[in-house]
Design a protein. Structure first.
Length: 189
């Protein structure tokens, strides 16, 4: 072996050794290439049951929340074991955010609401044993994700969007009408 080959071999060995040592100090991270949605909620049903702000057209009787008029901003539900009855009224967005955002709650039922103008009409994130039933969604539809289990999506009409179940289990989807040209119901685990 001549001097040039020896130097080249030594250089490559040092380079590989440096790379292997450097790997020990690199902290590996789990990548999520889908950015989290901007829910942009303006109304909150707080974990203590209060409605914030208190001036919105929602009447509370115990754990039942009933719309008394149309609402023009998204609602974040932070309380478990509640029923939300839209009473046929509308939840209207401004082309962004989420209509109903449920995060880390259980046993929430939402029914009889007309939802339109949101990036997602309903978004269930780490939420279990909840029911989205008898709603009308014009635009992007219903998303159940992030290990949400035992949820029911029943008897809804979704126009222009779809129903998406992602990384969730034991969900019942039936009796829905989905009018979408590409994919109406998408289940991915």
């Amino acid at each position: 072996m001549d001097k040039k080959q020896t130097l080249t071999t030594a250089f490559i060995a040092v380079l590989l050794s440096s790379a292997l040592v450097g790997v020990q100090f690199v902290r590996l991270a789990e990548a999520n290439f889908i950015p989290p949605p901007n829910h942009a909620s303006g109304i909150f049903i707080r974990s203590d049951g209060s409605v914030d702000p208190s001036t919105v057209p929602i009447q509370r009787v115990g754990d039942v929340y009933t719309f008394t008029g149309d609402i023009s901003v998204g609602i974040a539900v932070q309380k478990s074991d509640v029923i939300i009855n839209g009473n046929g009224y509308q939840l209207i967005g401004g082309s962004g955010g989420t209509g109903f955002y449920l995060q880390s709650v259980n046993n929430v039922t939402i029914r009889n609401v007309k939802v339109q103008g949101f990036t997602s009409g309903f978004y269930l994130d780490h939420s279990n044993s909840s029911t989205v039933e008898g709603n009308y969604v014009n635009g992007n539809g219903i998303v159940v994700t992030q290990r949400s289990s035992y949820n029911q999506v029943v008897g809804n009409t979704v126009i222009g969007g779809g129903i998406y179940i992602d990384n969730s289990g034991d969900c019942n989807i039936f009796g829905n009408t989905v009018e979408r040209k590409i994919v109406g119901i998408n289940i991915h685990n």
